[in-house]
Design a protein around this ligand. Structure first.
Ligand code: PGA
Length: 243
């Protein structure tokens, strides 16, 4: 039984003060949420400690937006697994298209981060997805398959989340059609060969398309950027309905 994971990725948004205000609005809106889904927030590193206090007694779980593979050392700007565990973090996003693009993050580094997360009991959320040009050239499946196979190499697929995020849909308002997102999510599960693999969709998820996306058979949740910054819209997404 695959339990959907609804995750909000705040990216480089939210001070500690803004996070507290957000949670004061958000928590009452999800108080009746059923236990058939995980609700996860990935704040910036500076707000993790504040969020860890805010979510005590709620069903919200925390994610980091990255993770290093060493426990400590001379790695300026990186954050280690043991630092995250201290704040009760459960998930770690790795391989998001922004660090892939802006900081030339490689599949090899992403894989090291994912392995390290699992070794410490954290669940990596491994992001994969093709660019516009790759899709137009008919290379989408090949690119995604390579990212999935290299990113997950040596990991246990039962404790990993894959987020399929077509780059052309991220922050653009252009959502991938639900049936196409569903097809790719199903392919990813087949390539990995694990029926229990959780595969999310991400890219311009919003209150207006969440119910359709979540009614798809192979989509086990969403990774939400922009729409997770507003507590009302993320609460609507978290409270998705399928029939
Ligand atoms: P978006 O971002 O929802 O703003 O498109 C998704 C993501 O980057 O995870």
């Amino acid at each position: 039984m695959r339990k959907p994971v609804i995750a909000g990725n705040w990216k480089m948004h939210m001070t500690c003060m803004a996070s507290k205000d957000y949670m004061a609005s958000f928590l009452p809106l999800i108080s009746d949420i059923t236990n058939d889904r995980h609700i996860v927030i990935a704040p910036p590193f500076t707000a993790i400690s504040t969020l860890a206090d805010c979510v005590v007694g709620s069903s919200i779980e925390l994610s980091s937006q990255n993770i290093h593979w060493e426990n400590e050392g001379a790695f300026t700007a990186e954050v280690s697994p043991i630092m995250l565990l201290e704040h009760n973090v459960k998930y770690a996003i790795v391989g998001h298209s922004e660090p892939r693009k802006y900081f030339s993050e490689s599949d090899e580094q992403i894989n090291k981060r994912a392995i390290s997360a699992q070794a410490h009991g954290l669940i990596p959320i491994v992001c994969v997805g093709e660019s516009d040009e790759q899709r137009e050239r008919g290379e989408a499946e090949r690119v995604i398959r390579r990212q999935v196979e290299q990113g997950l190499e040596g990991t246990d697929p039962n404790v990993v989340v894959v987020a399929y995020e077509p780059i052309w849909a991220i922050g653009t308002g252009k959502t991938c059609a639900a049936d196409e997102a569903n097809r790719i999510c199903g392919l990813i599960r087949k390539w990995v060969g694990c029926d229990d693999l959780i595969v999310q969709y991400g890219g311009s998820v919003k209150p207006g398309n969440i119910d359709e996306l979540m009614s798809m058979s192979d989509i086990d949740g969403v990774l939400v950027g922009g729409a997770s910054l507003d507590p009302k819209s993320f609460a609507r997404i978290a409270n998705y309905q399928t029939n």
